[in-house]
Design a protein around this ligand. Structure first.
Ligand code: 5GP
Ligand code: ZN
Length: 136
C-alpha cells in the first residue's frame, strides 16, 4: 500500500534498524521502545492485522523471525509477543505487526493494573476486602 509506513520500511524506502529479514518478513526496532528490547516483526505483504487473511506460510515465517529476534537480542530469559488488532486495542499502524518485548522482568502476566505480588498490592487488598464484605 502506497501510504503505509510499514510497507515503506519493508521496501527499504524509509530507514529502520533492521534486526532480521527474509523473503516474507522483516523485523526492526520500534521507534518508541516500551522495553529494553522492543522489536517489530511484520509481513512484507500488506495485511491490516493478524486476522486479515495472512497466509499460513507468512505466519510461520513470522514465528521463525520472532525466534531469530530472540536469539539475536539474547532474550534467553523470556520475552513477550503482542499484536494489537483494531483501534480499541491500541493499534496505531494498520499493517499487521508483532511486538517482541524483552530485556526486563514482568512479575505477573497480564494482571489487571498490578505488577506486584498480591500480598504487597493495595489495589488487590482493597478488592479482596470488598469481596469479603459483600459475601460474608
Ligand atoms: P501499534 O500501536 O499499532 O500496536 O504499534 C505500532 C508501533 O509502531 C508503535 O510501537 C510505534 O512506536 C511504532 N512505529 C510507528 N512508526 C514507526 C516508524 O516509522 N518506525 C519504527 N521503527 N517504528 C514505528
Ligand atoms: Zn502496509
Amino acid at each position: 500500500m502506497s501510504d503505509c509506513i510499514f510497507c515503506k520500511i519493508a521496501e527499504h524506502e524509509i530507514p529502520a534498524t533492521v534486526v532480521y529479514e527474509d523473503d516474507l518478513v522483516i523485523a526492526f526496532d520500534d521507534l518508541n521502545p516500551q522495553a529494553p528490547v522492543h522489536t517489530l516483526v511484520i509481513p512484507k505483504a500488506h495485511h491490516e492485522n493478524i486476522i486479515d487473511g495472512v497466509p499460513a506460510e507468512t505466519l510461520a515465517a513470522m514465528t521463525h523471525a520472532v525466534a531469530e529476534v530472540a536469539r539475536i537480542k539474547g532474550l534467553d530469559e523470556g520475552f513477550r509477543v503482542i499484536s494489537n488488532k483494531g483501534e480499541a486495542a491500541g493499534q496505531t499502524v494498520m499493517h499487521f505487526h508483532l511486538h517482541v518485548l524483552g530485556g526486563k522482568r514482568w512479575e505477573r502476566a497480564l494482571s489487571k493494573g498490578c505488577s506486584r505480588r498480591l500480598r504487597f498490592c493495595a489495589v488487590h487488598r482493597d478488592r479482596v476486602h470488598a469481596m469479603i464484605e459483600t459475601y460474608v
